[in-house]
Design a protein around this ligand. Structure first.
Ligand code: HEM
Length: 466
């Protein structure tokens, strides 16, 4: 207050202060944006190289999916007789239909890629530590929902790509049958068959599968995602905003904070526009695939699942049970359990937990790359147990294949690191990195190096003419 302010003016100001404060509080409580963010956000969390805005980009991609999806739904009919033609109409007759479909497709592909990048950033900055374990778990569920949303949409065009990709996907769901067949109990208890039936409503993909996938894709999964996303965002505020290194953790005075409104709002609006423009640009240049109408009696060879499941399909080619069920379940259990196994909160908010962690990550990535590629080399060049000993028991094939061997070696290495360095965070860094690198290598092999009959080929030019 100016020392020269007269007593009368002072009184008027004093009377105004509560109303000004009330107005400001009113502005904040009525501001939707400030319900998502805190009124002031920490400068460290705003560093672009900390989050890369990946979570926000995911949210915006989801918005594009909803917006374009609602338009597509007006013209699409979920019946095996008409689905393909309705998609063709969207592409060739409905004005703007091709762009809307392309945008929907590319936003969905973007979501799958960005959700993994966001997972990497959250893990490597130790952002599941502290009180953020619940939000990590919600995140893992969102990762699964993202993949399922994408997979359920795959079938809807009812073309050859869709039909055979979902056929392969549903066979992966029935992977437990390899074990129950071996035990001779499939006729009594058949969890694989049950899961497959639950997914596609029968033994082969048909109208029941299309109806189920349609319901999942347009109602159940988007609603689940909306609820999860709301809880995810709410938890970020509840957990004290985004994570930050321990040295800023006690900064309650707010010297390192910035007002969220309006700077952050404009930045986020800018990112939204950028995301829309990038998706639109790709949609204008590249069409979403649409092959001939599905023909159940004419299988594609190779029949490939959607690209993000090709790592699993590669593992299934070694053993259906271990590749399609055991390893994916172990991987999910590991992801869910990370924040409960590793409680070294001092590593929160710092990329790779410092130089020591970064070195460990690089060594682990190199080791995983070498291990997986050398096993693949042996397998492609010299075959595996079944080729060496044709009469060998199936138990060997299930228990000793590149998927199980890799998993056991990774777990032992992580446990060794944890004990040697007396640090759960370092153990987690090793296991997470090794598993992720292996997943990427198996996926790359499935996408680019597998051809007819799932044989290895250096390029599609070498595929035999069938
Ligand atoms: C569709 C899926 C997802 C959406 C839309 C989403 C959205 C977001 C957003 C907007 C943020 C804040 C900004 C940022 O970190 O970029 C965030 C933070 C976070 N996310 Fe996600 N997320 C998703 C999936 C995941 C996954 C798969 C995980 C991990 C398993 C995860 C775990 C977390 C955690 C722990 C935070 C807090 C990070 C911190 O405090 O630094 N989220 N998410």
């Amino acid at each position: 207050m100016d020392v020269e302010t007269s007593g009368k003016e002072q009184n008027t100001l004093d009377q105004q202060v509560p109303s000004v404060r009330k107005r400001r509080v009113g502005r904040i409580t009525q501001n939707f944006f400030l319900h998502i963010h805190d009124t002031r956000v920490h400068l460290h969390s705003l560093k672009p190289t900390y989050t890369f805005g990946l979570g926000m980009i995911l949210g915006f991609l989801f918005l594009i999916m909803i917006f374009t999806g609602v338009i597509l739904m007006i013209y699409y009919t979920p019946s095996v007789e008409t689905a393909y033609q309705s998609v063709k109409n969207i592409v060739f007759i409905v004005p703007g239909g091709r762009i809307v479909r392309n945008m929907h497709w590319w936003a969905s592909q973007g979501m799958v890629i960005v959700v993994f990048l966001h997972l990497l950033r959250v893990f490597y900055t130790g952002s599941y530590l502290g009180n953020r374990s619940l939000n990590w778990v919600i995140g893992v569920v969102m990762l699964i929902v993202t993949l399922l949303s994408n997979f359920s949409g795959y079938l809807l065009p009812w073309d050859q790509l869709a039909y055979w990709a979902v056929t392969i996907g549903s066979n992966i769901a029935a992977s437990a049958r390899e074990l129950t067949d071996l035990l001779g109990i499939t006729s009594v208890i058949d969890p694989g068959g049950f899961l497959k039936k639950l997914l596609i409503g029968g033994e082969t993909v048909g109208q029941p599968a299309l109806s189920r996938f349609f319901a999942l894709h347009v109602i159940f999964l988007p609603l689940t995602m909306l609820v999860l996303m709301s809880v995810h965002f709410w938890r970020i505020r509840k957990d004290g905003g985004l994570s930050r290194p321990a040295q800023y953790a006690g900064d309650k005075g707010g010297t390192n904070k910035w007002y969220a409104w309006p700077v952050l709002m404009w930045t986020e609006l800018g990112i939204l526009i950028l995301v829309v423009v990038v998706v639109l640009f790709i949609a204008l240049l590249t069409d979403a695939p649409l092959l001939e109408q599905a023909n159940p009696s004419f299988p594609e060879n190779p029949a490939k699942s959607p690209w993000y499941f090709l790592g699993i399909q590669e593992l299934v080619s070694y053993s259906a049970f271990s590749g399609g069920l055991l390893i994916p379940v172990l991987y999910l259990v590991f992801l869910f359990s990370i924040p409960y196994k590793d409680r070294e909160d001092r590593y929160v908010g710092e990329w790779f937990s410092g130089r020591k962690g970064l070195k460990l990550v690089l060594y682990s990535a190199g080791f995983a790359l070498l291990l997986v590629i050398s096993q693949l080399f042996v397998m492609v060049r010299y075959g595996w147990f079944r080729d060496w000993f044709p009469g060998i028991s199936q138990w060997f094939v299930i228990l000793l294949n590149p998927a199980t061997i890799t998993a056991v070696i990774f777990i032992l290495l992580a446990e060794f690191t944890r004990r040697r360095m007396n640090s759960t965070r370092m153990g987690s860094l090793v296991l997470f990195t090794c598993a992720f690198v292996a997943l990427v290598v198996f996926t790359v092999v499935g996408i680019w190096f597998r051809g007819p009959n799932w044989e290895f080929f250096w390029s599609t030019n070498h595929w035999p003419v069938l």
